[in-house]
Design a protein around this ligand. Structure first.
Ligand code: HEC
Ligand code: HEC
Length: 562
């Protein structure tokens, strides 16, 4: 199940290409400043994991992505066969697939149908005779969109007391907002103390391992030590007995002693928090605070400094923009009673990485269109009743400029440093934009250049230029056609003409394809090119792929560069 070391490294590289060029950068750029800490991409592992932890992350990533087989315990009823089928954006993150809950409503109260033990529908079955169906008596049938496990180690490490400190059940300060902690038991410690729930649309779970146990049984039918009893289709144990051939618990330890639920827990706990650029100072955030969004979407948290935690998780400052509390959301409630959370109560979701979320809200009602239309819809649906109503009304009363500032701030959450052309890559499309920012020399957090101001000093200068080179993904980032120790990109940035825009200075075209920068284009470069075939690693013309065109360039220039 463990990927070999090579695979692990190449995966790490594909997620964080900035980690490997360190050596190259220092070698070719004598002017380079110290390496700056770039924020990890959404879906990448936490910074500062040990090699052993990184290996657990990738092994967990694989378990998370590998379908469970029927012989391995899938079903008899389930929603999918692996976690990644739903948590796609990025892997471990949000998704557009919804699951359904059903039951009956009686005088405003949610109840399970007779014989049922839970409200979640398992919509698939290993054979038709085993299927669960929504009975005609069900009067409640609601959906919940897939939310994300990013940074779960960090969120898990927020002390209960810190979450409870924001709770204001009686609305003692009279602001119309009265969040409540959803106190729950851990599945791994069912008789232990109650813990502050924080995961799930209703804050119904307090630990990553609990969610792994719950999701394995409920989404995939994989019974485990934490949730050892199989779901019976519509509560019918006779059908269950016929359909379930695998003895429970189905999730057995692997050769290293880890269960499936441990593996996927490693992965989720070591997922990094999404980046945020600019890190602070946007006018839109002031608007966000002024209209009361921050009463629930609380920005700042610090993880516990317990010595039992990994260094990468311990005592970290994070900005999830959630209070992890339950709020009476009026019409946005889902009508389901779950644990101690009632029909109208929902947990404030994190807003980091909102920019890629489509659909938004548990119902998925804010979907399609542009980011601005989705966000506007999501905010409007916070009213007209419930604790979010006042801030929704305040938003609707804003003028166009302030609305745009707020939306631009929300769009900055999850934006990668230097991703000026926002496609989640720092590449040749971003270079001309960075050049323009560099030429201007300054950047306000409210402008697009704000994402290129790595140290937030208001200037776009050599510090940012070096960091841009470090963040750059793809071969040109370190290409140095004249072998003078300064990368081509840096030379162009500092004024070397590149009229054809191929990211190689025009006066240096003769040395294109000298991949090892030894002043010769020869068999060694050919070997590099062939090894890089199909990737962007020996791409001479900036089209993102190493192919026959690049081979032609190498052959045409065969011999000494001089
Ligand atoms: C059929 C789609 C689907 C599959 C498969 C699935 N999930 Fe989920 N996941 C969801 C939905 C929907 C939610 C929101 C559930 C809720 O809050 O009621 C969710 C929520 C979560 C959360 C809480 C996220 C948050 O931000 O609070 C975790 C953790 C999680 N899933 C882990 C897993 C793991 C681990 C697996 C594989 C064992 C898995 N999921 C498989 C759909 C899925
Ligand atoms: C009373 C607490 C509260 C306040 C105030 C509040 N929100 Fe929310 N917000 C929530 C809850 C709870 C949800 C989840 C609702 C649901 O889908 O059931 C949510 C959902 C969202 C979402 C969708 C997120 C997603 O993952 O789908 C966005 C965007 C959002 N809020 C932005 C805002 C903005 C902007 C403001 C200020 C105008 C604001 N919220 C004010 C509690 C609040």
């Amino acid at each position: 199940m463990l990927p070999d070391t090579l695979t692990t490294q190449s995966k790490a590289r594909s997620m964080r290409p900035t980690m490997l060029p360190v050596v190259t950068l220092l070698a070719v750029a004598p002017f380079a400043n110290a390496q700056v800490a770039l924020q990890p991409k959404a879906g990448a592992p936490l910074d500062g994991l040990t090699p052993a932890q990184l290996e657990l992350f990738w092994a967990g990533h694989e378990a998370y992505s590998t379908p469970v087989t029927i012989a391995g315990g899938l079903g008899p009823i389930m929603n999918k066969s692996n976690c990644v089928s739903c948590h796609t954006n990025p892997i471990g993150g949000w998704g557009s697939i919804a699951v359904h809950h059903y039951g009956i409503e009686d005088k405003g109260e949610f109840m399970l149908l007779p014989g049922e033990t839970q409200s979640l529908l398992q919509s698939l079955a290993i054979s038709p005779g085993c299927a669960e169906v929504v009975p005609p008596e069900a009067t409640v049938f609601v959906q919940r969109i897939t939310n994300s496990s990013l940074a779960f180690g960090l969120i898990e490490a927020i002390p209960d007391a810190a979450i409870a400190a924001n709770a204001d059940g009686t609305d003692s300060n009279g602001d119309g907002i009265s969040g409540r902690v959803h106190w729950v038991h851990l599945l791994e410690d069912p008789t232990g103390p109650l813990r502050a729930g924080r995961f799930g649309w209703k804050a119904q779970v307090a630990s990553t391992l609990s969610f792994s146990g719950d999701a394995s049984r409920n989404e995939m039918g994989l019974t485990n030590d934490l949730v050892p009893v199989e779901n019976a289709p519509n509560g019918n144990t006779a059908i269950l007995t016929q359909c379930d051939a695998v003895a429970d618990p189905e999730d057995a330890p692997d050769s290293e002693g880890f269960r499936f639920i441990d593996r996927v827990t490693h992965f989720q706990r070591y997922l990094a928090q999404p980046p945020q650029t600019p890190k602070s100072g946007m006018t839109g955030e002031a608007v966000f605070n002024a209209i009361g969004c921050n009463a629930c979407h609380v920005r700042d948290w610090t993880t516990s400094d317990s010595p039992s935690l990994e260094t990468a998780i311990r005592n970290m400052a994070i900005k999830p923009y959630s209070d992890f509390l339950l709020h009476n959301m009026g019409g946005l409630g889902d009508g389901v009673q779950q644990g101690d959370a009632d029909e109208s109560e929902m947990r404030t979701p994190v807003l980091w990485n909102l920019r890629t979320r489509d659909p938004m809200l548990h119902t998925g009602a804010a979907a399609g269109g542009t980011f601005a239309t989705r966000v506007t819809k999501a905010i409007e649906l916070h009213g007209p009743f419930g604790e979010g109503a006042a801030s929704a009304a305040a938003f609707m009363a804003l003028g166009g400029t302030q609305k745009a500032q707020l939306i631009s701030f929300l769009g900055s959450l999850g934006k990668l440093e230097f991703d000026l052309e926002p496609d989640h890559l720092v590449d040749s499309l971003d270079f001309p934009l960075f050049q323009a920012c560099f030429a201007t020399g300054s950047a306000s957090p409210d402008t697009n250049c704000g994402v290129a101001d790595i140290n937030q000093d208001g200037l776009i200068n050599m510090v940012d230029a070096h960091a841009f080179m470090q963040a750059y993904e793809g071969a040109q980032g370190t290409a140095d056609c004249d072998g003078d120790g300064q990368s081509d990109l840096m030379e162009i940035l500092l004024g070397a003409p590149d009229l054809d825009g191929n990211l190689t200075p025009d006066d240096c075209v003769g040395c294109v394809a000298d991949f090892n920068a030894d002043g010769q284009r020869n068999g060694a470069d050919l070997a590099i090119l062939l090894a890089a075939w199909g990737t962007d690693q020996a791409d001479t013309n900036g089209d993102g792929v190493t192919n026959g065109v690049d081979l032609g360039t190498l052959l045409a220039g065969w011999g000494s560069c001089g």
